[in-house]
Design a protein around this ligand. Structure first.
Ligand SMILES: O=C(O)CCC(=O)C(=O)O
Ligand SMILES: [Fe+2]
Length: 304
């Protein structure tokens, strides 16, 4: 597929491809030991996971989230420098800070049918074209192929309006090996493919969103405070233990990370750190022209 980069490609090149086409793949972005560790951490949960969701989530797809309490190895995927470079470029023009939006395994059993194409940003009532609002990663734990349901994408569709429906020839399938990552913005039309192979297709999805939007997965309930407290600072901040804007997310007028670490005296917490004040202008640069009723669009495109 196009926009597939070797693991040692400069983040700038990947950032540029995502800005232009809405997606890129970084091959072998982590080493085989890291993928093996993620796979081992998640194996017992995958074994027990439920399948047979409603249509959109896939009747033959196993899905589960709260990955930060289920795998330590997932943390290195979450803070991968190239992924964060893309998220910085896509999201920081529109927010003071971005957060972890979603964590989850998406495991397509053989026989799974294609997911309807959609934009992940359709959970918000903002019409397209609009700022990315979310950045998604799909980390390959198994191979991803056209045959086994590798994520389908419509390059360039992050710049389209809601009305434009993709032609079958405009849809590409993600092909990548374990340890590679597909990165795409939330306003790109995409969806899981049909699994025509005899082996499952397994991916770990980690999404990021603008810090002033509600996160899709509730990290504060997903990860108990005593575990959250032990996580690296950067992971805590991504989870939302940091102000999502000039003030969003404080607790009893205390900065959330301070609160997590037991501060209960307002005088001991700084709700206006200088770095936050410097970046608040990002909020002033963002303007939404309009919202639209019926913003949720599905595109049922057969490419088999
Ligand atoms: O499984 C995939 O490849 C993508 C799934 C997806 O886009 C979603 O569930 O929002
Ligand atoms: Fe999606």
């Amino acid at each position: 597929m196009n926009n597939s980069f070797a693991g040692d490609t400069s983040p700038e090149a990947v950032v540029g491809a995502v800005a232009r086409d809405g997606y890129a793949v970084v091959r072998d972005a982590v080493d085989p030991e890291t993928v093996a560790a993620v796979s081992t951490d998640l194996a017992p949960f995958l074994e027990d996971a439920h399948k047979g969701h409603e249509e959109f989530f896939g009747k033959l797809t196993k899905r589960f989230g709260a990955l930060l309490v289920k795998s330590t190895a997932v943390q290195s995927l979450l803070v991968h420098p190239t992924v964060l470079a893309v998220a910085d470029h896509a999201l920081l023009p529109h927010c003071v800070r971005y957060h972890l939006h979603y964590t989850g395994v998406m495991h397509l059993e053989p026989g799974e049918t294609r997911q309807v194409l959609h934009r992940d940003t359709s959970i918000y009532p903002i019409a397209n074209p609009c700022p990315p609002m979310t950045v998604a990663t799909m980390w390959a734990v198994s191979d991803f192929t056209r045959q086994n349901g590798g994520t389908r994408l419509v390059p360039g569709s992050h710049l389209w309006s809601n009305e434009r429906v993709p032609e079958p020839a405009e849809v590409v399938a993600t092909e990548m090996t374990p340890g590679s990552v597909l990165i795409y913005t939330g306003n790109v039309i995409h969806g899981g493919g049909a699994n025509h192979a005899d082996q499952p297709r397994t991916g770990v999805a980690l999404h990021y969103n603008l810090g002033w939007l509600r996160q899709e997965e509730n990290q504060y309930l997903a990860v108990p405070q005593e575990i959250a407290r032990q996580l690296p600072d950067q992971v805590q901040e991504l989870m939302g233990y940091a102000l999502g804007s000039s003030s969003l997310g404080f607790v009893d007028h205390i900065e959330p990370k301070d609160y997590l670490h037991g501060v209960r005296d307002q005088a001991k917490s700084n709700l206006g750190p200088p770095e936050l004040r410097q970046r608040v202008d990002a909020l002033n640069r963002l303007h939404f022209s309009h919202t639209e009723k019926g913003n949720l669009r599905y595109y049922d495109i057969d490419t088999d």
